[in-house]
Design a protein. Structure first.
Lengths: 92, 294
């Protein structure tokens, strides 16, 4: 009887844990047999490359310097896109 | 090994943003207006608007002007406040006090006139919040974009195709026009939402947190794309965002709102020179400097 109650307690504990955890069970176990995360990462990378190319197309039209993936990661080359109105550094 | 999630950092940033807005608002209350609204030719105007949703105050004597023909970023209006602002611009919610004027029409005047309300909404394009940007999942990107023209504008298929392909080219989606949203990346879907909002050639485009649910570098590129589209097409763009750095580098005007109340507004350069140190820190998106002020 005690073993049965103990077993039921464990089951209830895991059910409650599952209910309180956001995301699916597969996410919790980091289980991805279909390679969903890999596909997602591939799509995200394609997205980034396409967006860079598209924005650089507009930048070329406006005579602005082109943006690279490194610029984007480091935050460089993103300033003053509005041209003649650069932000003032209040701490300088 | 995947890249670190941007969302944990995003939450910290959001917390810093909310905290700093609070400080900026407090400074304004104590020291008077350091950056009063500039008199502009307005596409949208909120005049001393007070609004409650389910008995909870969300806008408190809010007066702001969205400059016609500019790209304006509204920062700090999260959740209920932002929802109330958008609903009131589209005539879906009336203020308890004050007036909302959109493209020259008071929403109060057309509240009971369905035809005028529909006519006003056709002059406004909206990109809704979320990773899918409100695209219908079982329709191709092309069909999502063509929807408005088929259902509301009653155009012929040739003209629909011409206008849809033109706007799809502007957002760089020509190659994936026939694909379903779920088979493309979230950045593509956001651009699909943008194309759908722009295809009717609206005078006012409302962007609801375009950066939500996507990685930071992609969000930056999307913000820049919006700026290019604005320059290319003209019209008034109103972007609700939490990304101050993107707002500073791409917007003509920034409006800061805290808990439904106006804090400050102006061009990024004007706000960066504000007498309010918290406004300066906000516009520099420099939360380390902001923390040092306390």
């Amino acid at each position: 009887m005690i073993a049965l109650l103990f077993f039921a307690g464990i089951v209830i504990f895991f059910l409650l844990l599952g209910g309180l955890t956001s995301g699916s069970g597969a996410d919790l176990l980091d289980w991805d047999p279909g390679g969903r995360a890999e596909r997602r990462a591939g799509l995200d990378h394609a997205d980034l490359e396409e967006m860079l190319e598209l924005n650089n197309r507009y930048r070329r039209e406006h005579g602005q310097p082109e943006l690279s993936e490194e610029d984007l990661q480091s935050g460089g080359n993103l300033q003053s896109l509005r041209g003649a109105d650069p932000p003032v550094d209040p701490y300088s | 090994m995947t890249a670190a999630s941007p969302f944990s950092g995003g939450r910290r940033l959001q917390h810093s943003l909310a905290h700093e807005l609070e400080q900026a608002a407090e400074f304004e209350q104590l020291n008077g207006r350091s950056a009063t609204p500039v008199e502009v030719d307005a596409a949208v105007e909120f005049r001393k608007v007070r609004t409650e949703v389910d008995g909870v105050p969300v806008l408190d004597q809010l007066s702001i002007r969205i400059a016609a023909g500019k790209l304006t970023a509204v920062v700090g209006s999260t959740g209920a406040t932002k929802g109330a602002l958008i609903d009131q611009m589209l005539g879906g919610l009336q203020p308890l006090e004050g007036e909302v004027i959109v493209l020259g029409q008071s929403t109060r005047d057309i509240d009971t006139d369905e035809q005028r309300l529909v006519a006003l909404r056709r002059r406004v394009g909206v990109v809704v919040r979320g990773r899918d940007a409100g695209l219908f999942s079982s329709w191709s990107i092309y069909d999502n974009v063509a929807l408005l023209m088929r259902n509301e504008l009653g155009l012929g298929e040739d003209e629909i195709a011409q206008r849809a392909h033109e706007v799809l080219d502007q957002v760089g989606l020509t190659d994936v026009a026939d694909r379903l949203p779920e088979s493309i990346g979230f950045g593509h879907r956001k651009r699909g939402g943008l194309a759908r909002a722009l295809v009717g050639d609206p005078e006012l485009v409302i962007l609801d947190e375009l950066e939500s649910g996507i990685e930071r570098p992609l969000a930056r590129l999307l913000a820049e794309l919006v700026m290019h589209l604005h320059e290319h097409r003209g019209g008034t763009f109103l972007s609700f965002t939490q990304d101050l750095e993107a707002a500073r580098t791409t917007a003509d005007e920034i409006i800061l709102i805290n808990r439904g109340r106006y804090v400050a507004s102006g061009s990024p350069a004007r706000l960066a020179a504000s007498a309010n140190p918290h406004v300066r820190a906000l516009v520099a998106a420099d939360f380390a400097a902001a923390a040092a002020l306390e």
